[in-house]
Design a protein around this ligand. Sequence first.
Ligand SMILES: *Cc1c(COP(=O)(O)O)cnc(C)c1O
Length: 417
Amino acid sequence: MTFPDTVSVADALDARDPLASFRSRFVAADDPSIVYLDGNSLGRPVRALEERMSEFVAQDWGRRLIRGWDEGWFEQPVTLGDRLGRLVLGAGPGQTAVGDSTTVCLYKLIRSALDARPGRREIVVDRGNFPTDRYVAQGIAAETGAVLRWIDPDPDTGVTVDDVRAAVGDDTAVVVLSHVAFRSGYVADVAAITEAVHAAGGLVVWDLCHSVGVLPIELDEWGVDYATGCTYKYLNGGPGSPAFLYVRRELLAAPHAVAQPIQGWMGVRDSFRMGPDYEAAEGIRRFISGTPPILAMTPMIATLDLIEEAGIAAIRRKSVELTEYAVELIDERLTWLGVRLSSPRDATRRGGHVTIDHEAFPGLIDRLWCRGILPDFRPPTGIRIGLSPLSTSFREVDTAIAAIAEELAAKIDERSA
Ligand SMILES: *Cc1c(COP(=O)(O)O)cnc(C)c1O
């Protein structure tokens, strides 16, 4: 099955894409045998990294050795956090720190929020949220006696402000939600939901894993209390690169500054005094626990350079064009085969990925991966197509949808044979 007319449409879209040249800044992005649609799960490495990593080994680590801690590493969780704040989080300085995984950051932030709302028992979570968010909330409930209140959102979209208004009340301590739903790609209205939670006297923890680096975020302006997110998705930090956490300035300020439960020597007033008792550092530093993962912070710095060059507004523009194009091709080539779009049609409510469902998709992914076409599978029957604006081409979208159509048609034929 070939679609010659759409290949030229895709190539024309690539030709007038103002961000097209960024593709060549990623390792192997020019290799036509790989069509990569999972940059929202593990972003491609930036080419400049090859040099940057060897320089880190030869110089920063190899020759500066232990002196590195005095020459920037000790401050790096916060200096890099500030840069993330400025470029991709809409956060003023002193509110963001890099370190730990999103899972651990969620634990710290939810516990912190519970402590900041004594007398209130409920943690509000939604059943559509990413597993780790739900599991951490369950663990905290078991540990502290907090009560979980579940929101059941429409699975094809996500949590709305009405869902939240109906769930919060006098007993709400904290609401834990994702900015962009990991399955459907639905974009939650962070500002309106945050306001609704505040009106009930609660605090919010926003998970930004699927929005950071691809959608404009304005944490300060939206009045967000706490946020966290990973850096290996649209920030291309590499497998297991550290997460970041954000805590609103007002919460960090004395006299009733918020605390966090994993007290460690890197989050105290003077780490190298090595004093007898934990004495929390001022500001966001108190949310750091142990020695920061400096080596693992290095790759995301190369991505931030690219984001600074491109600008997040242009990135979002291309992201919308990519998902619009994907939806158009899905309608054209897959709907007649029984494929269902499980993402919002409204581009303003859709993040950087598109999910489609078909009962024959389990098993199809193996065939696609064998062909070098790499989307993600999301149980029970979903294929998730992740589009990273700096590294994905329109041609890749075209090739992938054509391949899905071909493999699906073949599978349906085999079944009916
Ligand atoms: C990817 C993702 C995570 C991952 O958490 P880790 O601790 O890095 O494994 C968490 N939440 C959401 C919404 C995600 O998409």
